[in-house]
Design a protein around this ligand. Structure first.
Ligand SMILES: Nc1ncnc2c1ncn2[C@@H]1O[C@H](COP(=O)(O)OP(=O)(O)OP(=O)(O)O)[C@@H](O)[C@H]1O
Ligand SMILES: [Mg+2]
Ligand SMILES: [Mg+2]
Length: 494
């Protein structure tokens, strides 16, 4: 590497340089499939477990054993390939990718090389209101490796190996170099996760490693038609680190080119604590892996009937569902995008709207307080302590005037915390809205008497003074006064 960029200091105008250069990005994504059994044996794929308890002679690569492909792996692969608009191969085979590493007991990984399961697909992303189609080069099946645990000790340290993950089925999904910014790379990754979640083929947890991503990136002068030399960045454990690592790596490459140097092809790692990429190894070539067809596994012939059955059974996918929310409910595109970004949230939305058909109000509540409370508790919509029926009855209580909007927010928090129903909380806490005109008139008059200068301001044309007076009445009634009635009563007296 020629030169490390001085990104935090040095006074270089990076924003300006980024106008002169364009980034080219392609992602290689690995997805752990949530089949019950591993790819080529019947061991469980369960995450965690005592080290080296989810193993057998096949996934440990002991002599004299033969792998057998798990039909569900192919099925999940087909689902994914079709959802990504790929062409499925009628004939494909498994190859051995040979390399030595302690987490790989066979010294080769079963993968697919020149005849992958599927090719030539795409997905669409939306960044800053701009829709882009991103090509997908291929989808292939392979197996995961084990996990190394490095232990520090005074006499130099040692490594432990856990083979529980060895042989867990993976799909590798390789994109075309169609992405042009870190934000687009992140949007692609998020969209891919959404699609995989709709298909229910993976847990898609980046922190647990069931969804992983290597980012290939190069830069070139804007307007150039040829690609620059790429580096591949690994160790990206979240969407945030994907985006930040790419930002860093793009700036590093620009700095090299600006100083007259050349980017060297390399595999880099992202250092999460120092916010930098560093060279892991200069790039190996495909021939270094000595790929050859795995003689233990028969090639796969996937007949058209199987492909058609899987295609018919595909669930409604995020883009289609998003369009449906816009067309059927008149939701704004933004709302529909947020709601359908999670299948779980979209299902929740459907169930609330079935009971409370004002879709826009439901979407406001979901995108606002509901998601805020869920995120704070680190829960998925399906784990919400507030079931859809209860959210619908809360909205109904607000609509029929039993409680004010302000109180409704308070009640939702209570519902989350206690798991109690909306009606029960409103009754127990005496939160029913005060719509009794006589009672409110008394309070309104007290507020007016106590604030003569504000009243004066309002009469001199200061409209905002009214809001203050409404606020005082709400305060006196602990938020329970009917706001429209308060407004009317105040105006009548001003
Ligand atoms: N010049 C480039 N700049 C940025 N990305 C590129 C460039 N050329 C190729 N890519 C992207 O790099 C990725 C290459 O992945 P692929 O798995 O085909 O090859 P590899 O990285 O050599 O192999 P592996 O990592 O599996 O051993 C693709 O996503 C592709 O779009
Ligand atoms: Mg690859
Ligand atoms: Mg690669």
């Amino acid at each position: 590497m020629n030169k490390q960029p001085n990104i935090t200091g040095g006074g270089r105008n990076w924003e300006w340089l980024k106008v002169e250069y364009e980034a080219v990005i392609g992602l290689e994504v690995h997805v752990e499939l949530k089949t019950n059994a591993k790819a080529f044996c019947s061991c469980t794929t369960a995450f965690g477990g005592e080290p080296n308890t989810h193993v057998c002679p096949v996934c440990l690569g002991l002599p004299g054993v033969l792998p057998v492909i798990n039909r569900r792996v192919v099925e999940f692969g087909l689902k994914t390939a079709l959802a990504l608009n790929c062409q499925v191969a009628s004939f494909c085979k498994f190859d051995r990718k040979n390399y030595y590493y302690p987490d790989l007991p066979k010294n080769y990984q079963i993968s697919q090389y020149d005849l992958p399961l599927a090719r030539g697909g795409y997905l669409t992303i939306n960044v800053d209101g701009k829709e882009r189609v991103i090509g997908i080069t291929r989808v292939h099946m392979e197996e995961d490796a084990g996990k190394l645990i490095h232990v520090d000790s005074p006499d130099g340290g040692y490594s432990l190996v856990d083979y529980n993950r060895t042989g867990v089925p993976l799909l590798e999904i390789v994109s075309e170099p169609d992405l042009r910014s870190p934000a687009e790379a992140r949007a692609y990754m998020e969209k891919l996760r959404t699609i995989l979640q709709y298909l229910d083929v993976s847990d898609c947890k980046m922190e647990e490693g069931s969804l992983r991503c290597d980012a290939n990136v190069s830069v070139r002068p804007r307007g150039s038609q040829t690609f620059g030399t790429k580096t591949e960045v690994k160790n990206l454990n979240s969407f945030r680190s994907l985006q930040r690592a790419l930002e860093y790596e793009i700036e590093r490459q620009i700095a090299i080119l600006e100083s007259g140097g050349r980017v060297e092809q390399a595999t880099m790692a992202w250092d999460e604590s120092r916010n930098v990429t560093y060279v892991m190894r200069t790039k190996e070539e495909a021939q270094d892996y000595r790929y050859f067809p795995d003689p233990d596994l028969v090639p796969l012939e996937i007949d058209a009937a199987w492909i058609e059955r899987v295609r018919r059974e595909l669930p409604e996918l995020p883009d289609a569902r998003c369009r449906r929310l816009i067309e059927d409910y008149g939701l704004p595109a933004y709302d529909a995008g947020v709601i359908t970004s999670s299948r779980d949230l979209a299902d929740y939305f459907d169930r609330v709207v079935a009971l409370y058909p004002d879709a826009k109000t439901v979407s406001n509540w979901l995108m606002g307080d509901f998601l805020r409370l869920l995120n704070a508790a680190d829960l998925e919509p399906r784990q919400s302590p507030v079931p859809p029926e209860e959210l619908a009855s809360l909205l109904q209580l607000q609509k029929d005037g039993t409680i004010s909007g302000k109180i409704a927010k308070q009640v939702l928090e209570e519902m989350f915390a206690s798991g109690k129903g909306a009606r029960q909380i409103v009754e127990e806490k005496g939160l029913v809205q005060i719509s009794d005109e006589a009672a409110l008139t008394r309070i309104v008059e007290e507020v007016l008497a106590a604030n003569p200068s504000v009243v004066e301001d309002y009469r001199n044309g200061k409209e905002k003074a009214l809001g203050y007076l409404v606020g005082q009445v709400m305060k006196a009634t602990k938020g329970k006064a009917n706001p429209s009635l308060v407004n009317r009563l105040l105006k009548e007296r001003l």
